[in-house]
Design a protein around this ligand. Structure first.
Ligand code: PLP
Length: 391
């Protein structure tokens, strides 16, 4: 693929060179590919020539999405999967074996937590949780059988940042793979490969699609690692559908403008919330009051599309506030053109004990907002009236 100097141009102008005269990329909705003759078939199966055989293995539309993502994340290669969790799971299982150990930050996506505690344990792959920025804890958690570090940044819903440079250095010094879930920031806001990440996973369902239409994922990294992941996925089958890949490649073309607007709206909303008398505190990486504001400025281009705040009145007020929102969507997704609000204490994190919630920064009155692309005045107006009515 021909590449360009800047992110925006790469997101738009990179395209697999196989089109005829169509301007937009075509979609190859086919489960298999015709062999020219018996010799060609033999050569394809023997890996002597390049080419597609079957869409569980590879497909030109899916390949285009993988190559675009790989260029944007500045990695060597990528493999696209049917969901973000398929990407995260493959990044563990394709590269680790029974007896191996992972050190992970505690503040991770709920399904990833389940993979660590309920699924990998069945195959004798164990894990230890540490606090995101307790660097001694990362170092001390390393055992003889540790193979991988894993983290997310910013974290969900605490919006804590991982100092990827520091964690990456510890991983490198100890010869460990450093695996980062970059779904909250997207490659437009931060490139973990720059801080030593060997593997980068994405839920493309979130900001990459950004319009709430498809579920998808991708793992990116060095050629040898992705090759092992591809081999694992070709046989186990979590491949991305060409239709979803086509949607996601088109979405990448607008990623930079969408992220600029998400971040602009989010910063304005965070500033408004911080001063509101019915709000205890607001959190956003690009607010000077964020405890890691300096790191955010260094590591991220902008602060991201998520804002959290603690409403006065705790658990009950949190729920009443949500019930009084008129325009916002009340749904479990994030990274959409439409603003979404959730109350983690009564939903996504309801199964945790109060103490466990505290450990990952979830107060009873915490509200998480995935700030959309509507006009900021309408976003603020909906919050204003819901705060008013829930008093
Ligand atoms: C949503 C999400 C995932 C899982 O992605 P799916 O596409 O839903 O499988 C993984 N990590 C993070 C941080 C997420 O927000």
């Amino acid at each position: 693929m021909k590449t360009y100097k800047n992110f925006e141009t790469n997101a738009i102008r990179t395209q697999t060179e196989r089109s005829k005269r169509e301007h937009s990329s075509p979609m190859f909705m086919t489960s298999s590919f015709i062999f020219n003759d018996a010799e060609h078939a033999k050569a394809l199966f023997a890996d002597e020539v390049e080419g597609d055989i079957y869409s569980r293995f590879s497909n030109p539309t899916v390949r285009e999405f993988e190559e675009k993502m790989s260029i944007l994340e500045e990695t060597e290669d990528g493999f696209a999967t049917a969901s973000g969790m398929a990407a995260v799971y493959a990044s563990f299982v394709a590269l680790l074996k029974s007896g191996d150990h992972i050190v992970s930050s505690r503040a991770i996506f709920g399904s990833t937590h389940k993979v660590f505690t309920q699924i990998l344990t069945k195959f004798n792959i164990t894990s230890t949780y540490v606090d995101l920025n307790d660097f001694d804890a990362w170092e001390n958690a390393i055992q003889d059988n540790t193979k991988m570090f894993f983290c997310e940044s910013p974290s969900n819903p605490g919006l804590e940042l991982a100092d990827m440079k520091k964690i990456g250095e510890i991983a490198k010094k100890n010869n460990l793979l450093f695996n980062v879930d970059n779904c909250f920031a997207t490659p437009y806001l931060q490139r973990p490969a720059y801080y030593g990440a060997d593997l980068i996973t994405h839920s493309a369902t979130k900001f990459i699609d950004g319009q709430g239409r498809v579920v998808g994922g991708v793992v990116l990294g060095k050629k040898e690692l992705i090759s092992e992941i591809r081999t694992f996925c070709r046989s186990t089958g979590p491949s991305l559908s060409p239709f979803n890949a086509w949607v996601l490649s088109k979405s990448l073309e607008t990623l930079s403008v969408r992220m600029e607007k998400h971040c602009d709206n989010a910063l304005r909303l965070a500033k408004y919330l911080e001063l509101h008398p019915e709000v205890e505190s607001a959190r956003y990486p690009f607010l000077p009051s964020h405890p890691q504001y300096e790191l955010a400025k260094k590591q991220m281009r902008l602060g991201g599309g998520l804002v959290t705040f603690i409403v006065k009145g705790g658990y009950e007020r949190g729920k009443t506030f949500l019930n009084n929102l008129k325009m916002f969507s009340h749904t479990a997704n994030l990274g959409d053109t439409r603003t979404i609000a959730t109350h983690p204490a009564s939903t996504t994190h309801a199964k945790l004990t109060e103490k466990e919630r505290q450990a990952v920064g979830i107060e009873p009155g915490l509200i998480r907002v995935s700030v959309g692309l509507e006009h900021i005045e309408d976003i603020i107006a909906d919050i204003e009236q819901a705060l008013d009515k829930s008093k």
